[in-house]
Ligand binder design. Sequence first.
Ligand SMILES: Cc1cc2nc3c(=O)[nH]c(=O)nc-3n(C[C@H](O)[C@H](O)[C@H](O)COP(=O)(O)O)c2cc1C
Length: 278
Amino acid sequence: MPRIEVDKYLCVGCERCVLSCPNRLFHVEGAKNIPEPIPDAGEKCISCYHCVAICPVRGISVGNVSGRQCEPIPTDAVPRFEHIATLLRSRRSIRRFSAKPLDERTLEQMLDVVRWAPTARNLLPVKWVVVNGRDKMRELGSLTAEWMRTVEGGLGLAQAWDDGVDHLLRGAPCLAVAYTEEDALWPEVDCTIAVETLDLSAAAMRIGACWAGYFIQAARHSQPINRWLGLSETQTVQAALMLGYTDIEIYGHIPVRPELDVRYIRGTAKNSQSEPRP
Ligand SMILES: Cc1cc2nc3c(=O)[nH]c(=O)nc-3n(C[C@H](O)[C@H](O)[C@H](O)COP(=O)(O)O)c2cc1C
């Protein structure tokens, strides 16, 4: 249970901590103008550190995390919407990889940003196993093919594997597997967001990536795959991404997509109020 402290000598009374806390753990007593944590704030705190990061004078600490540890956001380096839109529209599932393993420093850089992906109640349940190297990937591909042989509709994929055609892991040299403990609050969603964040990081780094759906299906049921990955009985694979070097410049165009099926339920502007205060 973290101890939450507001440095009253630094506090400028802006109340950003009050406004940003998802659980409304700060209040301002009378004319003092200095926010204070409510009595049971420590118990209710989800350690998202929004208060720590939003305080302009770095005057809040939660447990041993203080504002001094929060890196300033370089506002001039935040990409414009047009740039993000181009990245989102031009990222593709890549299924052609060179055999070269991924440089571990690059992998670490891509995985590092995934720490900021949202998770339900900020519980951060996502853990990773990264397989890197074609020989290891072939072992995993064999185990995936073995499982495919046992399920309806899987035989063709297994036979293709036997014939040297890898639909399962697409000959990728690397696979990032996201898993959780089985009692996690919202495991599939948290892992999906994490893996898609990794996918976008890969696109930004010009590294090829593709969701590994066949592998995920197999890993959810196959004990040999779980043992091979070193997972315990209480841990479950939720999502996985193939990664590798590729010549993605071959995609010079963005494929066409149908219009979005979207319906708006609109209120009138005249009923809208100014931001409610907590
Ligand atoms: C959950 C999920 C599982 C997928 N599994 C596979 C897979 O096992 N093999 C594969 O080649 N592509 C797989 N894909 C990639 C999709 O086929 C791909 O996203 C879709 O065809 C659209 O292409 P794009 O990602 O290039 O826009 C998967 C995608 C998702 C979201």
